[in-house]
Write a protein that binds this ligand. Structure first.
Ligand SMILES: [Zn+2]
Length: 146
């Protein structure tokens, strides 16, 4: 489910037009190098071929971890400016993703991602969830609550 598309960008440094990869979904196990890029803040950055300008491509980014059973969705703040984008949210701020998944399946968590509006917050949330997972892995006698 990792998705990367090529987008056209005008370099803010020199104006030269080029294509750059923009990733909008990352699976923890499938794409460990992209997980690393999220954690180091390198995700969706581009380097201009012409002038060497380093830029950032802002777009929605979803990260999911099947093993640890969670999903976090980054949305650029601008997304909220379009009323249509608010339609998918409940009044208490939950995002109901319309996914056709088998009922009671292991991937149910994908339907209700933790939503953040900052990539730094996404990074911290991933670290947080991995710490919780490690904590519980060290206590195998306690059943995990799900
Ligand atoms: Zn440039």
């Amino acid at each position: 489910m990792t998705r990367t598309s090529e987008v056209e960008v005008d370099c803010p440094g020199c104006g030269s037009r080029q294509t750059a990869p923009l990733c909008d979904a990352v699976g923890a196990e499938a794409e460990p190098h992209l997980r690393e890029e999220i954690l180091t803040g390198r995700i969706n950055t581009f380097l201009c071929d012409a002038c060497g300008y380093e830029g950032f491509l802002d777009g929605p980014l979803m990260y999911y971890d099947m093993n640890r059973q969670y999903c976090v969705q980054y949305l650029p703040e601008e997304v909220l400016e379009d009323p249509e984008n608010l339609e998918g949210f409940t009044a208490d701020g939950k995002w109901n993703v319309d996914l056709d998944l088998p009922a009671g399946g292991l991937a149910d968590f994908l339907k209700e991602p933790h939503v953040v509006f900052d990539l730094d917050e996404m990074r911290r949330y991933i670290v947080f969830r991995e710490l919780l997972h490690d904590r519980d892995a060290e206590r195998p006698q306690n059943p995990t609550m799900r």
